[in-house]
Write a protein that binds this ligand. Structure first.
Ligand code: SF4
Length: 446
């Protein structure tokens, strides 16, 4: 829980010695509360202050990074609702395979997981993880499949087995993948925490209810292992929704650390009427990892789209990379348009140019993801900025056309832009992208 400036001041020496660079301890405390200073700047801070402020700085839901480079991030959430601030790390989507599945089906699924890419608003999305479930009594079959899943996909794994020895062997095989060992109970958790620690994996623990799960998490933390994920045992959609919410509220509102970890759920039913609502509930209600029972490209597309809506920062517009985009197959003398790097603007403008049946260049400078008028009003879409960006991408060398079309809403920058781009003629386009097609046909066709 974040501390206020006054709460922090009570922990400081209150001598106002100024050595931290602030005139008073209160001023320094205010800076600490606003995260504009570091406690190490006060040479006289007590151990108690360091401990309390260190704990307060931790997010209420612990961050857990998976994958060799920590590419799958879980937890670190600070709010219950997205409108309060934003959610930080989206629900990781995993697809399950069983060691009893037919070998050809396993190969097909692993290749499908490896190759699946969904492109939306200029971003690429993939399956985040692979879960491998042991159903065969032979631990060697499990280990071999774990190894294969890692080799083929390169994604961090969820290793699921009721046999601690099989889990330990598999964990060693994929050391370096930073995967999840799942799901030890109170009986096997200490033993598997040692295995997870040794092989640098996380541990997903389980218990029949939240009280027992919290006690298990606390005992593992006390024992020095804290890379934990919680597996809730729930048996209906209502219970799943309620349990996920209770755990998250306890972590965020009551600062109850033993439930302040990301969660993991296996969607078991392949019946879409049962399985899809479970997966949707995980994405909507704080799920850390959601394991799907089979690979289904259409379902993944829908879930990723839903996830994109829930986990997009409402204060941070989706952006495309600033660069010179070819629309269609432009030649050096094709016309040049310019717009901002707000994703929606980019896709609407490029779509309208395509609809007009021409190929063109679209110059997209960095505008912090703002739309045309907002970017102009904020001083991010001026003639000088566009001219500077044109130089950076060497527009003069890439095209022979010397006419650039600007959005009609910013007609007032045409003079400044002509000054910033000597030798170029600025043509003012329509205000609305929807009118681009008729503009192109009237002014540029032929
Ligand atoms: Fe207070 Fe520490 Fe700053 Fe001195 S250095 S004014 S004791 S906060």
């Amino acid at each position: 829980m974040a501390l206020t400036g006054l709460q922090i001041q009570k922990l400081l020496p209150k001598t106002n010695c100024k050595e931290c660079g602030s005139n008073t301890c209160l001023a320094f405390a205010m800076k600490l509360a606003a995260k504009k200073a570091d406690l190490s700047q006060c040479p006289y801070a007590s151990e108690e202050a360091k401990q309390i402020l260190g704990a307060a700085a931790e997010p209420p839901v612990k961050g857990v990074a998976l994958g060799p480079k920590g590419e799958v991030k879980l937890g670190e959430e600070t709010v219950l609702y997205r409108h309060e601030k934003t959610f930080v790390n989206q629900t990781a989507l995993a697809v399950n395979i069983n060691d009893t599945d037919p070998p050809a089906a396993i190969d097909r699924t692993l290749e499908a997981i490896r190759d699946y890419v969904l492109t939306r608003v200029g971003q690429e999305f993939r399956v985040d993880m692979v879960a491998v479930t042991q159903r065969c009594a032979d631990p060697a079959a499990f280990t071999s499949l774990v190894s294969k899943a890692w080799d083929v996909t390169g994604r961090p794994l969820v290793l699921r087995s009721a046999d601690p020895k099989a889990l330990a062997a598999a964990a060693d095989f994929v050391k370096g993948s930073r995967s999840v060992l799942c799901c030890p109970t109170a009986e096997s958790a200490q033993e598997l925490a040692a295995v997870a620690k040794q092989n640098d994996h996380a541990l997903a623990i389980t218990a029949p209810d939240l009280d027992q799960l919290a006690a298990l998490a606390e005992s593992l933390k006390q024992g020095g292992f804290n890379d934990l994920i919680l597996h809730f045992q729930t048996y209906s959609l209502a219970e799943q929704f309620q349990t996920n919410s209770i755990a998250r509220r306890a972590a965020l509102q009551d600062n109850f650390k033993p439930l302040g970890y990301p969660s993991l759920r296996f969607v078991e039913s392949v019946d879409p009427l049962e399985g899809v609502p479970e997966a949707v509930t995980e994405i909507d209600k704080y799920g850390g990892i959601c394991v799907l029972p089979a690979f289904d490209a259409a379902l993944l597309a829908s879930l990723i789209t839903l996830r994109l809506n829930i986990y997009t920062d409402p204060q941070k517009p989706i952006q495309v990379e600033p660069k010179l985009y070819p629309i269609g197959e432009p030649k050096p003398d094709s016309p040049v348009f310019v717009t901002t790097n707000f994703s929606l603007t980019y896709f609407i403008v490029s779509g309208e140019i395509e609809n007009a049946g021409i190929s063109a260049w679209l110059l997209v400078p960095e505008c912090e993801g703002l739309s045309v008028l907002t970017a102009w009003a904020a001083g991010k879409f001026s003639g000088a900025i566009i001219g500077k960006f044109a130089k950076e991408v060497e527009l003069d060398r890439q095209v022979t056309c010397r006419q650039i079309i600007i959005p009609g809403y910013v007609a007032q920058i045409s003079g400044e832009l002509e000054e910033a781009m000597p030798g170029w003629k600025v043509l003012v386009g329509p205000q609305e992208a929807a009118d681009l097609e008729s503009f192109i046909k009237a002014r540029l066709a032929g």
